[in-house]
Each structure stands twice: as structure tokens, then as C-alpha cells.
Design a protein. Structure first.
Ligand code: KG4
Ligand code: ZN
Length: 353
């Protein structure tokens, strides 16, 4: 089985070809970073236009690299939401055109499901597993019971983790995108140099909150003369980045410890703990979660960093997983700007395939 995957939901134009055994035959990503950098964030109109300019060529290159013709494919998978709708449209129209022209099954993939299933791409991982999904727009703890079967255990009540990284980077003048910039700065910093809060720590339940931490970072930055000040002390800036990252690490570690206990109780299984989404590329956080999993007598499974941040291999793989179960979609499937993972369960149950 071979599936073409297309991803255009944010600021990466991506195309990939993946086999049923989880071999990645091509995985191309065209970042629009330089186009959005002057604005300090993603501009939806610029993103959509740029996807339109590049997607055809990128798909062609992916097919060439995979050494395949469209007729050799078994399906076309595309991110059909959630995301910036202009970009999602571009990907969906491209995928539908290919599916229609070559009479191939069409697979409308939920971007979050792409992240959620990536750990199964190229690694032995059975359902169920506990998933911490941390990206630019999401922060959720889920029990992954199967393809299309996600049970919400907890989530953020305000900002997503990636968003907190991005805002912290902006406050400290570390540039865009924020996550990798904060991680880089933090390697030179002393996490103890600033006292920051650990929101929700010790609270019942499995929810998260990051907006208070963001405000605390702003106050600390102001106090240290770092706010909107490119001339600020680089060591203090690194210290604050490290303190922020450590605070996030403490919160994620505590919530995951509790989630593993709950998961073990509900599913009579110790784990494993899987982390996915762009923030899962962070080495400090991976190390913290690795220790959490080990303490709970299980292991942490984290995709390689390049498969944590947005890519099309994860979309192609989710397509493989859905195609195997006969979960294909009609060509009139409408792109969705909002599409909670929990909605997939209802869709799977209603699917004729
Ligand atoms: O999954 P992703 O690529 O796109 C979304 O679906 O949102 O996640 C992007 C988010 C951004 O907020 C980015 O700053 C964050 O992931 N991120 C990181 C790192 N790399 C990306 N956060 C912390 N450390 C990183 N190394
Ligand atoms: Zn993503």
C-alpha cells in the first residue's frame, strides 16, 4: 500500500509518500518562515497564496523522489482541518483533483489525528496508549483507543503550550518561530534565576493553563529590562527562557504522571506515554517526560523531531491507517477550520466502510 499525503493547514507546504509498512519514500516540506517573519506570525492570506504557488510542484517532486506515478498510488490523503481555512482549501482541492483524475480513494485527514498516529509510523505501538498532544494550537491529554477513537482526558483551559513558547519568544525578542528559539536560548540559561509559577500544579483533574505563566514571564521580562529591548542582557534573557521552559516541564511532568496513573487504572496497562506535536520536538521536555514514563514503569515514545513538527508524512500515514480500515471519504467532503478529535469517533461509527 502506498499513500500520497498533503499538508497545507498552517505555514508549511508539504507532500510525502508513505507505504503501508511505514517506509517514508519522500517527505518534502517547504517552510514559509521567511514570508511571515516580517509580521512576527503567520498571515493566513499570505500562507494560502504561497501554498497555491508551490503545492503542484512539491507534489510532483515527492512523486518523483518516491519513484512512483500517480497510477501506482493506493490513496491520496490530505489535511482537511483543523487549520487556516484558505490553506486547507488549497491542499484539499489538490488532493481531490488527483483522486478524481486517477480514480483513487480520497482520505480527509484530521491534522490532529496525523500527529496522534505518527508514533506508529515506523515503530511498533499497539492501541491503546496515552497521548500528550502539544502543538501551536493544542494541548491535550488523550487516550488513543484506535484509529478515529480518541478519549479526551484533559486539556488547556486557555493557551496551548506552543502558543506560550511563541509568546515568550516574542516578549524576549527571540524571534519567530518561538519554540526552537526559546529552546536554543534556554541551553545557555539558569532555570533557577527567575521564580515562575507552575499553573495547575497539584490541582485535581488533568487540565492545563498557561496564560498565567505567560503573564509572569512578561512581568519578569519587564523587571529585568528585557521587554521589547533587543539591547537587554543576553544572559538574563537566556535565564528567563530556561526558567519558562523548566516551568512548562514541571507542569507537563506532573500532569502526565497523573494521567499515566489514570490510564493504568482505566485500561489495565502501564502505558506507554506518547508525545506528539511541534512542542514534542523540545529536547528538555522530552527528557522530562522520559523520566516520568520510566518512573511509572513504562516508556516514552516520541517521534523523531522532524516528524513532531508539521509534515506530510504524518498525514500520509494517517491515510494508510484509515485506508486499511476502509475509512475513505467522498469527494464532496468539506474542509473544516475547526474539527475536534473527539468528533472522529462519531464519524467512524457512521462510516459505511
Ligand atoms: O505541530 P506544529 O508544527 O503546528 C501546529 O499544528 O500547531 O507545532 C508548532 C508549535 C509552535 O508553537 C512552535 O513554537 C512549537 O510547536 N515548537 C516548539 C519546538 N519546535 C516547535 N516548542 C518548543 N520547543 C521546540 N523545539
Ligand atoms: Zn501540527
Amino acid at each position: 500500500m502506498t499513500v500520497l499525503g498533503i499538508e497545507t493547514s498552517c505555514d508549511e507546504t508539504a507532500a510525502a509518500v508513505v507505504t503501508g509498512e511505514g517506509r517514508i519514500l519522500a517527505n518534502l516540506i517547504l517552510s514559509q518562515l521567511d514570508e511571515h517573519r516580517p509580521y512576527g506570525g503567520v498571515v493566513p492570506e499570505i500562507a494560502a497564496r504561497s501554498h497555491l504557488d508551490h503545492i503542484d510542484r512539491l507534489v510532483g517532486e515527492a512523486m518523483e523522489q518516491a519513484g512512483l506515478a500517480f497510477a501506482d498510488l493506493d490513496g491520496v490523503a490530505v489535511t482537511a482541518g483543523p487549520g487556516l481555512i484558505g490553506g486547507v482549501f488549497v491542499g484539499v482541492m489538490t488532493a481531490k483533483a488527483i483522486a478524481l483524475a486517477w480514480e483513487l480513494p480520497f482520505l480527509a485527514v484530521n491534522h490532529l489525528e496525523g500527529h496522534a498516529l505518527t508514533a506508529r509510523l515506523g515503530a511498533a505501538l499497539d492501541f491503546p496508549y496515552l497521548l500528550l498532544l502539544v502543538s501551536g494550537g493544542h494541548c491535550q491529554l488523550l487516550a488513543v483507543e484506535g484509529v478515529g477513537r480518541y478519549r479526551h482526558l484533559g486539556g488547556t483551559i486557555d493557551d496551548a503550550v506552543g502558543e506560550a513558547f511563541d509568546k515568550t519568544a516574542k516578549l524576549l525578542g527571540l524571534g519567530y518561530p518561538g519554540g526552537p528559539a526559546v529552546e536554543r536560548a534556554a541551553t545557555e540559561g539558569d532555570p533557577e534565576a527567575f521564580g515562575l509559577p507552575r499553573p495547575m500544579l497539584g490541582r485535581p483533574g488533568l487540565d492545563f493553563s498557561f496564560s498565567g505563566l505567560k503573564t509572569a514571564v512578561r512581568h519578569a521580562a519587564q523587571g529585568a529590562g528585557l521587554l521589547d529591548n533587543p539591547e537587554g542582557d543576553p544572559q538574563r534573557r537566556a535565564d528567563l527562557a530556561a526558567a519558562f521552559q523548566a516551568a512548562v516541564g514541571d507542569v507537563l511532568a506532573e500532569r502526565c504522571t497523573k494521567a499515566l496513573a489514570l490510564f493504568a487504572e482505566r485500561y489495565a496497562k502501564a502505558g506507554p506515554l506518547v508525545v506528539a506535536g511541534g512542542v514534542a520536538a523540545n529536547r528538555h521536555l522530552r527528557a522530562r517526560l522520559d523520566a516520568v514514563a520510566a518512573s511509572a514503569g513504562t516508556r516514552l515514545l516520541a517521534p523523531p523531531p522532524a516528524l513532531c513538527t508539521d509534515n506530510a508524512a504524518m498525514i500520509a500515514w494517517a491515510g494508510v491507517e484509515r485506508l486499511r480500515l476502509g475509512l475513505t471519504d467522498p469527494l464532496d467532503f468539506a474542509a473544516r477550520p475547526r474539527w475536534p478529535l473527539e468528533d472522529l469517533a462519531a464519524r467512524a461509527a457512521a462510516s459505511p466502510g
